[in-house]
Write a protein that binds this ligand. Structure first.
Ligand SMILES: *[C@@H]1O[C@H](CO)[C@@H](O)[C@H](O)[C@H]1NC(C)=O
Ligand SMILES: *[C@@H]1O[C@H](CO)[C@@H](O)[C@H](O)[C@H]1NC(C)=O
Ligand SMILES: *[C@@H]1O[C@H](CO)[C@@H](O)[C@H](O)[C@H]1NC(C)=O
Ligand SMILES: *[C@@H]1O[C@H](CO)[C@@H](O)[C@H](O)[C@H]1NC(C)=O
Ligand SMILES: *[C@@H]1O[C@H](CO)[C@@H](O)[C@H](O)[C@H]1NC(C)=O
Ligand SMILES: *[C@@H]1O[C@H](CO)[C@@H](O)[C@H](O)[C@H]1NC(C)=O
Length: 300
């Protein structure tokens, strides 16, 4: 009696059609092909001609793909899915009603419903999210020839072609987050892919590193770019120029001073020589006079 009841229950259960779709959102890569899983169970043996599979957008009820009477029925398929969808017809008999969607676009993101009818009828809905990695970020800063330490400088970090919006984080060389004076803008192109631009304004110090870290929240991938601003490099040509010019002026001054000193020394030695000569002449004249006076006889 109990066994019979159990059997009856199992029989009822096994006749109940169940449709299974992923519970958590499926992440599909932009531009790639993706499989939206849908499987059904609860029917043991059936003719393929008795099976209907119907995929539609949950919100707008637009048709993504239809199948009945053993073949695809695409007359009322939404244009944007044309030539991009197919079922795995060889696996329908084993309960696989998954949809292959080719060349995924940003606009494909959303909730999809999978309807299956054999003898009974059931359905399930799943969320599909699109992800595209961003290009490697690039950090630049403007009007570099005019920069010197102490100036406010705008560092710009850009990356392209990602989806969804990026998370941008600026860090200094020690890995500290820089959250003040940061702006972020994200603009979508006609394909829905974002360009991200973040500007960090800092008071410039020599030998500083600024790092722009970019993450795609769906892919979890992180890319970063950094700039290091040292006191010696070409970032500060005015400073370098001033130092060079200053050195040159010092050198010139030194040379001039040296020249003046030399000239004075030369003049001095010349005068000394002349003085000596004069002294010699004077002595010679004196001797001559003395000789003369010696030659004249003394008048006594
Ligand atoms: C789809 O189903 C297959 C087989 O059950 C499984 O290996 C795969 O991980 C599923 N994919 C998704 C995105 O759920
Ligand atoms: C259905 O079949 C396709 C193709 O073999 C496979 O990629 C997919 O994972 C299958 N899905 C399920 C739910 O078994
Ligand atoms: C499958 O269809 C054929 C002809 O349409 C029929 O004879 C047969 O009984 C069907 N089988 C099942 C399992 O429904
Ligand atoms: C789909 O493919 C057919 C045949 O290859 C072609 O005529 C049609 O223009 C395509 N549709 C789209 C939207 O690409
Ligand atoms: C920096 O910010 C990120 C994201 O806001 C956070 O996860 C991280 O812990 C922060 N790190 C520091 C050192 O504050
Ligand atoms: C933010 O910018 C303002 C003006 O440009 C500046 O006075 C301030 O020091 C900056 N703050 C930080 C933390 O850099």
């Amino acid at each position: 009696m109990l066994a019979l009841l159990l059997f009856a229950l199992l029989a009822v259960r096994s006749h109940a059609l169940e449709v299974h779709v992923p519970e958590s959102p499926v992440v599909s890569q932009f531009g790639m092909d993706t499989v939206l899983n849908c499987s059904f169970s609860g029917v043991s043996k059936f003719n393929l001609s008795d099976l209907s599979v119907f995929w539609q957008l949950s919100d707008t009820k637009r048709t993504v793909h239809s199948y009945w009477l053993s073949r695809d029925q695409l007359t009322d398929q939404d244009d944007r899915f044309s030539n991009r969808t197919s079922l795995f017809t060889g696996q329908l008999r084993s309960g696989n009603a998954s949809l292959l969607l080719k060349n995924v676009r940003v606009a494909d993101e959303g909730s999809y419903s999978c309807f299956v009818r054999v003898q009974a009828y059931s359905s399930g809905a799943m969320l599909m999210q699109v992800a595209a990695p961003f290009s490697k970020p690039l950090v630049t800063w403007g009007s570099e020839s005019l920069l010197k330490p102490g100036d406010a400088v705008a560092l710009t970090c850009v990356a392209y072609g990602g989806y969804p919006e990026a998370q941008v984080l600026w860090q200094d060389g020690a890995g500290q987050n820089l959250t003040d004076n940061v702006t972020v803008s994200q603009v979508a192109n006609e394909e829905g892919l974002f360009s991200v631009k973040s500007v960090l304004t800092v008071i410039l110090e020599p030998d500083s590193t600024y790092n722009c870290r970019l993450t795609n929240p769906l892919l979890g991938d992180e890319a970063s770019a950094s700039v290091t601003i040292t006191g010696q490099n070409a970032v500060f040509p005015p400073l370098a120029l001033w130092v060079t010019a200053g050195l040159a002026v010092c050198l010139l001054g030194l040379l001039v001073a040296l020249a003046v000193v030399c000239r004075r020394k030369i003049q001095e030695s010349c005068e000394e020589m002349r003085a000596e000569e004069e002294a010699k002449e004077l002595e010679e004249a004196k001797e001559l006079e003395e000789a003369k006076s010696a030659a004249t006889p003394l008048k006594s």
